[in-house]
Design a protein around this ligand. Structure first.
Ligand SMILES: Nc1nc2c(ncn2[C@@H]2O[C@H](COP(=O)(O)OP(=O)(O)OP(=O)(O)O)[C@@H](O)[C@H]2O)c(=O)[nH]1
Ligand SMILES: [Mg+2]
Length: 431
């Protein structure tokens, strides 16, 4: 079976369009090249180097497929210059996210007009103070911008400094529409397919209903003109035996993955709701890579358990009791756990050897990606509950079977016997 696992074929229209605007010579082209990691746009000390908008389609992790549009300086002079300015202004209308590039640590009239124009279009933007190696913006200006709700980043495009923080700001500002192309299950199945969903009804199951990831998966199956059969884990073998043809996919709750893996013939792909959620809500490859770090935990390490919502913990709470118990078994004891709930996700993640994030039913994809990006930037492995449980049960290879890129990332990270190198979020990008 061929499971698409990348967004390589994303049509241009669906990509997030990111425009770079500012004065001539502010370093727009240099900045675009720095974000992409390739020399696409011509750079020179001569003002007016870029004359026509330069477009480049790019896979910008973790935002996904984007198109960068480098533009001519908005302060261009003369008749020809006016034409270029007009063209640049037209680009303003079609960007989903703008970078306002300033190079002298200040916002002049031009930049302020640009910001007003973007606000009028309700286009999100990030102010980039470039050439920070020469001049940095005053602290008061940064504070004013922050108070005004404006995202700002201080970078040196030539030195590549501040680029990671700029990407974080871009994720925070990027419109949800650019981030929500991800499907829960629809891209794995087709019309007429049968998917078996395995849902344990235990003490943790809410009374009288199913939980959100299960309901959303069912909905996506229906949207795909496929059929979803829902059973408890105890009924799975009988159900599989009764089906005339094997189902396209079995999806189970992480907590019963060991039993379900044993009861499902190997030729039937199997995954968990948590892994589907990891893809839907965040970067599954990053989470899989983080899962690979579990085998490197050692006594004395600190693990952050990040819960997106502050639910009332159950006696045998998954995040507070079960996962710590399993991970301790892995590390041979002596792990320290810290639980953070709600919006409380630390700025400084360096103290942690691993972050285990909940499924995140209540957070947006953007919020989840921002968390992952923060961890990646600080070189701290981050996985999620479902993948951690699958690792503990020894079945993550099986439950990632239909996601080859994620499986590969997991195996590579697991294979490392020494420290975890920081994942370079732009590195896997291809044009
Ligand atoms: N010191 C320093 N110089 C930079 C930086 N970024 C760009 N430059 C230099 O500034 C000059 C202009 O850079 P470009 O990237 O061509 O600027 P641009 O905004 O695209 O200019 P136009 O296309 O003419 O509008 C070049 O000489 C760059 O090397 C930086 O971060 N620090
Ligand atoms: Mg240029």
């Amino acid at each position: 079976m061929n499971f698409p696992d990348s967004l390589q074929d994303t049509p241009k229209s669906l990509r997030l369009h990111i425009g770079l605007f500012g004065r001539r010579n502010s370093g727009k082209s240099t900045l675009m090249n720095a974000l992409i990691g390739q020399a696409i746009s011509i750079v020179s000390a001569h003002p007016g180097t870029t004359t026509d908008p330069v477009e480049k389609a790019f896979e910008l992790a973790p935002l996904g497929p984007v198109v960068f549009i480098d533009t001519a300086g908005l302060d261009d002079v003369g008749e020809l210059g006016a034409l270029r300015v007009e063209r640049t202004r037209a680009v303003l209308d079609r960007v989903d996210l703008a970078l306002v590039v300033a190079d002298d640590g200040q916002l002049g009239d031009l930049e302020r007009e640009l910001i007003a124009a973007l606000r009028a279009r309700r286009a999100p933007f990030v102010v980039v103070f470039n050439k920070a190696d020469l001049r940095e913006p005053a602290r008061a200006l940064l504070q004013d911008l922050a108070a005004d709700g404006v995202e700002a980043a201080v970078v040196s495009a030539t030195r590549g400094e501040g680029i990671a923080a700029l990407k974080e700001a871009m994720i925070r500002e990027a419109p949800e529409s650019g981030l929500d192309d991800a499907r829960l299950i629809g891209d794995l199945i087709g019309p007429g397919d049968v998917v078996v969903l395995v849902v344990p009804i235990d003490l943790g199951a809410p009374k009288g209903r199913l939980i959100l990831p299960q309901v959303q998966t069912l909905r996506d199956i229906l949207d795909s003109d496929a059929a979803g059969l829902t059973v408890k884990e105890s009924e799975l073998p009988a159900m599989l035996a009764r089906l005339a043809a094997p189902p396209r996919l079995v999806v189970c709750d992480s907590q019963v993955v060991l039993k379900v893996a044993a009861d499902t013939p190997r030729e039937i792909p199997l995954t968990t709701f948590s892994i589907l959620m990891a893809r839907f809500k965040g970067d599954a490859i990053g989470f899989a890579e983080g899962a690979g770090a579990i085998s490197l935990l050692k006594p004395g390490d600190r693990v952050l358990i990040a819960e997106a919502c502050s639910h009332h913990p159950l006696a045998d709470d998954i995040g507070r009791i079960k996962i710590p118990r399993w991970l301790r078994q892995f590390a041979g004891g002596g792990l320290e756990f810290e639980v953070k709930s709600g919006r409380d996700f630390p700025e400084d993640l360096a103290p942690y050897a691993l972050i285990v994030q909940c499924g995140g039913c209540t957070v947006t994809r953007r919020q989840m990606l921002a968390r992952q990006y923060r961890a990646a930037r600080q070189g701290v492995p981050m996985t999620n509950y479902g993948m951690a449980i699958s690792v503990a049960q020894g079945v993550l290879d099986r439950s990632l079977q239909c996601f080859p890129a994620a499986l590969d990332a997991y195996r590579r990270a697991r294979g490392k016997s020494t420290g975890i190198p920081a994942r370079n979020p732009g590195a896997e990008a291809t044009a």
